[in-house]
Design a protein around this ligand. Structure first.
Ligand code: MG
Length: 267
């Protein structure tokens, strides 16, 4: 075994430290060659969950004028109570962030899929299940936070009936080729009551009850729909905002810069 005197050991440590800092203090800098746009300033909501300044408020506790079929749903004490037929937003969205809060009936009626069932349909097509999944057995890919008939959520964090649940949904639209075939699937990330349920899940297509999922070409934007499944659910604080990456332009190849010296990075 190699034994070093104490002074030799200190010397080795000093050499190691100085070589570390030499590499850290290198004047060479990596530059990507990308000219980035400037991220716009957005005023966030006063509290977490409040609409930021760049969001479209789809329900603010007052009226349902932003929704088709809103006249068949009702507002009680500042929250929506689901009515007859789906309610669909006038505004359409592509890639977006959607915040929506929901509560299943305090009085438990029915079981499984018949208990506190609704759904958030992205682009009016793809259902993120809303269900009273608090101590309520049903098939895993049909419980709250599932993509209906495609995947269960990773965990069940549904609050008891009558309490408020919060969905934060991050949506990427599917892309289609000219001939109608799929170029890239829809992706969804879902946070329920602050807990991640779905992490960039790639959808297999639409979400019907009676057949396998499939994609059918549709426009880049679509509405938000809330399902009427015969149960009186409540909704509040609904807003959505488009997801727009900052612009980027590759103005030159990536390179290293050291003073006046520029060295292209070989691929
Ligand atoms: Mg449903």
């Amino acid at each position: 075994m190699l034994r070093l005197s104490t002074s030799a050991g200190y010397a080795l440590v000093l050499v190691a430290i100085s070589s570390h800092f030499t590499s850290q203090l290198s004047a060479e800098e990596y530059l990507s060659g990308i000219k980035w746009g400037k991220p716009p300033i957005v005023k966030p909501g006063d509290r977490c969950g409040d609409a930021p300044a760049d969001a479209t408020v789809l329900f603010n506790g007052k009226d349902l004028s932003n929704w088709t079929n809103g006249d068949r749903w009702t507002i009680e004490e500042g929250v929506i109570v689901s009515g007859k037929g789906a309610m669909t937003s006038h505004e359409e969205f592509g890639d977006c962030q959607l915040h929506i809060e929901w509560s299943t009936p305090t009085e438990i009626v029915g079981s499984g899929q018949g208990r506190g069932n609704s759904g958030v349909f992205m682009m009016g097509i793809y259902e993120i299940q809303v269900l009273d999944s608090y101590e309520n057995e049903t098939y895993a890919d049909g419980q709250a936070g599932s993509i209906y008939k495609q995947t269960p959520p990773m965990v069940n964090v549904t609050r008891p009936p009558g309490e408020w649940n919060v969905y934060d949904i991050f949506w990427t639209t599917p892309k289609f080729k000219e001939d109608g075939s799929l170029e890239s699937p829809a992706y969804v990330t879902l946070v329920h009551n602050g807990v991640l349920l779905l992490n960039h899940f790639a959808l297999l297509g639409d979400t019907p009850f009676h057949r396998p999922p499939q994609y059918n070409k549709h426009p880049d934007q679509g509405p938000i729909s809330l399902q009427d499944h015969g149960n009186p659910l409540r909704f509040r604080n609904i807003w959505a905002r488009p997801l727009v990456p900052v612009s980027r332009e590759q103005v030159r190849e990536p390179f290293l810069r050291d003073g006046d010296k520029e060295t292209p990075i070989k691929k």
